[in-house]
Design a protein around this ligand. Sequence first.
Ligand code: LMR
Length: 335
Amino acid sequence: MFKSIAAIGACALAFSCTLANAGQEQAPILIKFSHVVADNTPKGQGAQLFKQLVEARLPGQVEVEVYANSSLYGDADELEALRNDQVQMLAPSLAKFEQYTPQLQVFDLPFLFDDLEAVNRFQKRAKGRQLLRSMETQNIVGLAYWHNGMKQLSASKPLLQPGDAAGLSFRIQPSRVLEAQFDQVGASSRKLPFAEVFEALRSGQVQGAENPWSNLYSKQLHSVQPYITETNHGVLDYMLVSNPRFWFGMPHRIRVELEGIIDEVTYVVNQQAEAANQADRQRIEASGKSRIIVLDSQQRDAWRQAMRPVWQQFETAIGADVVNAAQAANRKRRE
Ligand code: LMR
């Protein structure tokens, strides 16, 4: 049914193939877009909007199938599936690329970015853009950054001071930086796929987690976490990625159209992510299922000081240039 990009590319070059196909309709290019979150999240909405725009502007030429909620591939296998062309687009969280490049670990450093606007500035400046191409030798090409939001700490108890986390076990994404972050406050951590987080918290296998409001609400994690401490201690953002053989093998005209659509979708996702997270924060508050703890500046500072040594641990692997550029993005103007 669907013709592979390689076949289309070969046909485009071969005159005999063009003749053989004369009068025949070209099968559409199929893009399978797999992700692990719900549809009512910034990433879920972005994937749907991408599908809508592609099918409106490239009818009969490109079709998009979106698989949400780990329904096709999950955290354990989605990047391998992309590298093997079993899916053509993903948007994993930046914490999930650790085995392909250490540079993206910069996004996991605790308290590095003041807020989502600083993250946005870093992603738009030269160093941030370079990181989109940091995995091409690994068969992964970055197409855009999509925001979700800043992470909050949920747990079986309030976490006013870093010492309050000691002895608890937290679910983390597969990132050594996140592991080190919890080590710093005397807590332990378990790397679990996103699809398993609700059950791990419900059963008490782990007592805490770190998530943006949209992931907490869309997966009802707040219903099994009595306290959410609003730490904003790190960011959970995404890189929209494809497989370079697929992406650059596409007819040029189609790829340019898709890149234009990605720019539009990225603008919408990134404009709306913060508001979507704040709306989910309000829904959680209104549900009465979880108490939101707001830190005062001294408490937040104590958390910052406790986690800060993690930077030194990872700076060499990430690259001091990358860490410095990220820090500089906390200021609106370049020095
Ligand atoms: C997580 O595993 O917590 C997140 O990466 C899930 C997601 O894609 O937002």
